[in-house]
Design a protein around this ligand. Structure first.
Ligand SMILES: [Zn+2]
Ligand SMILES: [Zn+2]
Length: 323
């Protein structure tokens, strides 16, 4: 993944050289190999999903160290239904650090929530859990939380969508006055997952009681796996025209920039590094150059190691296309 020789807008600071040859083997290797931070132009909102390990407030220095200008976080362990309440101190710390950093943070919900479930208990628990997540996101001052619409479990798409709308209305009722919105994400359409058609998202926006509380989130890997051919210029334009027609790019609150490990229309959700998957790099270039998405926060959800150097590599690539 060599960067192009032409001038790029991203200046990557040269990695710090170890001051002296470490005499002691106890010196951490990662100190010398510190990942250089990005230097993104003002106004560009780019980053990656960022870990909250050690507490939500820890996500801020993590994103800041790499030069992100946008970041997505979970507001709790995403593999559990419920979590102990956020401590006041933790909320305060997150809010003040986030403000100072200027990074645009938003949330993603737990994968357990399924508002399309026909099972009464699962449905009720999903409403309760999503409400709790929204409460956390609101407390943290986050503008929106991305959520997958749900999986109908064999009941059929119509029944599933009806159920989701009903669940979303319940959540809105329980969170009256909240500023934090819910962004319904396009999905790959794996199994019985709904939301793999832009029409599903449009239908939900039209059929919830208070559409102001909602937006959408587009994920390139999901779009492609769902059959939207964003790999070609023609397919990209067609897809985004549909977005414009169905609900408008203004309703897209965030973008997930992921390449796809699976071919077009395969309906499986597997993310790959930008340019190394089935979509290829062009789509990402078009997105960062598309005026429609100029002020939309864009984050990666691609594989990464603890030092997140892969994110910096992917983002450096993306930033080189900014103009
Ligand atoms: Zn996504
Ligand atoms: Zn995905």
């Amino acid at each position: 993944m060599k960067s192009k020789p032409e001038a790029s807008k991203v200046k990557v600071a040269s990695p710090k050289k170890a001051k002296a040859k470490p005499a002691s083997p106890s010196v951490k290797k990662d100190e010398a190999d510190k990942v250089p931070a990005l230097h993104l132009p003002a106004g560009v909102l780019l980053g990656a999903h960022t870990s909250i390990s050690g507490g939500v407030s820890q996500s801020v220095p993590r994103a800041q160290a790499l030069g992100f200008t946008a970041a997505q976080i979970f507001v709790k362990n995403n593999k559990q239904w419920f979590a102990p309440a956020l401590a006041e101190e933790e909320i305060k710390q997150f809010r003040s650090e986030q403000k100072a950093s200027g990074i645009y943070f938003f949330a993603h919900n737990s994968y357990l929530v399924n508002l399309a479930s026909q099972d009464a208990q699962m449905f009720a628990t999903s409403i309760k859990a999503m409400t709790a997540e929204l409460e956390r996101a609101e407390a943290l001052g986050l503008p929106f939380i991305v959520m997958h619409p749900g999986s109908h479990g064999g009941a059929g798409e119509e029944a599933g969508l009806q159920r989701i709308a009903k669940g979303l209305d319940e959540i809105v009722k329980g969170t009256a006055g909240f500023r934090c919105r819910m962004a319904l994400e396009i999905t790959a359409g794996q199994g019985n997952a709904l939301g793999y058609r832009l029409e599903h998202l449009a239908w939900l926006l039209e059929n919830v009681s208070d559409e102001k509380r909602f937006g959408t989130c587009l994920d390139t890997a999901h779009l492609y796996a769902a059959g939207y051919n964003v790999k070609t210029r023609e397919g990209y334009d067609e897809t985004m025209d549909q977005v414009d027609k169905l609900f408008g790019s203004r309703r897209v609150l965030g973008l997930h920039l992921n390449d796809s490990k699976v071919p077009l229309g395969k309906r499986v959700d597997r993310h790959e590094h930008l340019g190394l998957g089935e979509i290829g790099i062009d789509c990402f270039k078009w997105i960062v150059q598309d005026a429609r998405w100029a002020s939309t926060p864009k984050v990666l959800e691609t594989p990464k190691s603890e030092d997140m150097h892969e994110d910096v590599e992917n983002l450096t690539k993306l930033a080189s296309y900014l103009r």
